[in-house]
Design a protein around this ligand. Structure first.
Ligand SMILES: Nc1nc2c(ncn2[C@@H]2O[C@H](COP(=O)(O)OP(=O)(O)OP(=O)(O)O)[C@@H](O)[C@H]2O)c(=O)[nH]1
Ligand SMILES: [Zn+2]
Length: 209
């Protein structure tokens, strides 16, 4: 898959400028059919470029299949004797539920306790993105982030909490506008109640920044 970026940041996201041509053309073909099956006139002016736009959007939203999260973490590992909790909280999550291919959106809070090595803070958020930008269920997303950090950094423990709202539950189906789903997974030191409670307390505190 050819993905490249021009480094242009657009609303905080890097704009992808190049897509795999064959994949894009096939997606365009099928999305044009989807428009027609939904009762639209795919030839009307406003929809002419829609199959292309959707083809690009869907590749953007699933680009995580082409990222290797373990390599992301390994690209910035530093020896450091800090052995306390490191928490990156309020990481925006934009993912797609694998059942309806509708978004679920929320925040991830990730912590680990280093065991001789630390990783670049941004890499934690990049790992979240690499797993979120796929068709997912929130439970698997939570566990994959935890396993990746545990297996790559080998820290004393990892904790991941994700809070998210699922569009398939609000826009359609049961139509509950305010339901938030929380998932969590822990390893090592976070199995201890006191450590886990410290993590929960720290992610619940409002920052003044
Ligand atoms: N466990 C879990 N379920 C999810 C997630 N995202 C969506 N779902 C659920 O996936 C389920 C799919 O259920 P089905 O009965 O097969 O699909 P459906 O008929 O469209 O169900 P409704 O949404 O209840 O209308 C629904 O209950 C969704 O709420 C997720 O991340 N985790
Ligand atoms: Zn869904």
């Amino acid at each position: 898959m050819e993905f490249s970026t021009n480094g242009d940041s657009h609303n905080g996201f890097t704009k992808i400028e190049k897509y795999n041509q064959d994949t894009t053309e096939q997606l365009m073909f099928h999305y044009k059919k989807v428009l027609e099956l939904l009762g639209e006139d795919a030839e009307r002016e406003g929809l002419l470029k829609t199959p292309l736009r959707v083809a690009k959007a869907m590749q953007f939203l699933t680009q995580g299949y082409h990222n290797n999260p373990e390599d992301i973490l390994k690209s910035a590992i530093f020896k450091e004797d800090y052995r306390q909790m490191v928490i990156v909280k309020d990481i925006e999550v934009y993912s797609m539920c694998e059942h309806h291919m509708l978004p679920f959106v929320g925040r991830a809070h990730v912590a680990y306790i280093p065991n001789g090595t630390i990783t670049g803070l941004s890499k934690i958020a990049r790992v979240v993105d690499a797993f979120a930008r796929r068709l997912q269920v929130q439970e698997r997303l939570t566990t994959q982030i935890k396993d990746c950090i545990q297996n790559t950094l080998n820290p004393l423990g990892v904790a991941v909490v994700i809070e998210a709202q699922h569009m398939c539950m609000s826009m359609r189906g049961v139509q509950k506008q305010n339901a938030i789903t929380t998932t969590s997974d822990f390893t090592g030191a976070f199995e201890k109640v006191a450590t886990r409670e410290e993590f929960i307390r720290l992610i619940s505190t409002k920052s003044n920044y």
